[in-house]
Design a protein around this ligand. Sequence first.
Ligand SMILES: Cc1cc2nc3c(=O)[nH]c(=O)nc-3n(C[C@H](O)[C@H](O)[C@H](O)COP(=O)(O)OP(=O)(O)OC[C@H]3O[C@@H](n4cnc5c(N)ncnc54)[C@H](O)[C@@H]3O)c2cc1C
Ligand code: FES
Length: 327
Amino acid sequence: MSQVAVRALPVASGQRELTKIFSGVAKIVAKERYRNFCRLTFRCPEIAGRALPGQFVNLYLDGLRSETEFERLGLPMAAILPRPFSIAKTVPLRKGEIQSDTPQALSVLFEIRGIGTNWLAQLTTDVPVRIAGPLGKGFWLPEEAKVAVMVAGGIGVAPFPFLAEKLKRQGIETILLLGAQTKEKLPFDPVRAEYPLMRNGRPLSYWGVDEFESIGVRSAIALDKPEEGFFAGTVVQLLEAWLSTQKERNGIVIYGCGPIPMLKALAKFASANNLHCQVSLEERMGCGVGICFGCSIPIKDGGYKLCCLDGPVFDASEVDWEAMRNA
Ligand SMILES: Cc1cc2nc3c(=O)[nH]c(=O)nc-3n(C[C@H](O)[C@H](O)[C@H](O)COP(=O)(O)OP(=O)(O)OC[C@H]3O[C@@H](n4cnc5c(N)ncnc54)[C@H](O)[C@@H]3O)c2cc1C
Ligand code: FES
């Protein structure tokens, strides 16, 4: 089997660079539906080969008829703005004989919400879709990092399969904490965790996430609405419970993605416990490439940064959380 050089994560925020953007058409090669979620995999070596975890793609809705009414504004503009999605995974795509281990396909995992995601979820394999990426700047791995904790709220888990694989390849101990309001709102089927995260001799959650457990990433699930076998509470409370089991806190890095109220709580917790924390922000976007200035993120020094160019991943300590919209 050919050996492929693993592109390491940058070690500092400032070392991240914007990647050359591919803009073109990619065919859907696989589709999975689960509850209110959908995963689409596109054959697109140009993006898959360059992408790093935390970067995103824009999907364009060209096939959506332009006279479709845009719900909120009542204008026929549903198809104008692309829809941004984190790159959930890159895969080598092997057909018959192994051709290459270089990533040739990428998948996005999304919650079906409005007109665009409803349309995308109806597409089938072999359909060509206009795509642009990789966009934005993703996660980094500080040199002192020893343990990575990915903290996800619901579909905020989307960028983490890609990140988890990268971290594992770089030899970092990695765990996933996933939170949702109820079991029905989990983007993955829970599985019995083989090696659950423990506290006082008992699992924090008997249930884990198959997608992560299968690559050796231990996981735990928190539900707001208590249910047997799951951690009862928010995912930030689950993080607090896990942290209480750790003697050594140096070298712990937190990666967060999810709704803004959850990220606010996470940033506050990380700051209070002196933990390095990066967050991926899903600010509403227009162009996704730095032209429209529609995705500004308030920064503590009083200025703004653009989510699509300077992020979507930010150091949690630089964001002015008081000024962030909750949307
Ligand atoms: C960098 C980034 C990465 C994202 N990654 C994912 C992901 O991996 N999985 C996932 O399920 N969702 C993700 N989102 C949110 C996703 O883009 C929206 O859910 C999606 O655009 C909704 O489109 P819609 O047409 O169905 O909804 P509508 O509400 O009909 O969309 C109307 C407009 O609002 C924008 N919009 C609506 N909701 C959001 C939102 N939460 N964030 C940003 N823009 C929004 C749409 O892009 C569109 O321009 C991401 C957002 C950003 C900015
Ligand atoms: S979305 Fe247009 S500048 Fe960021």
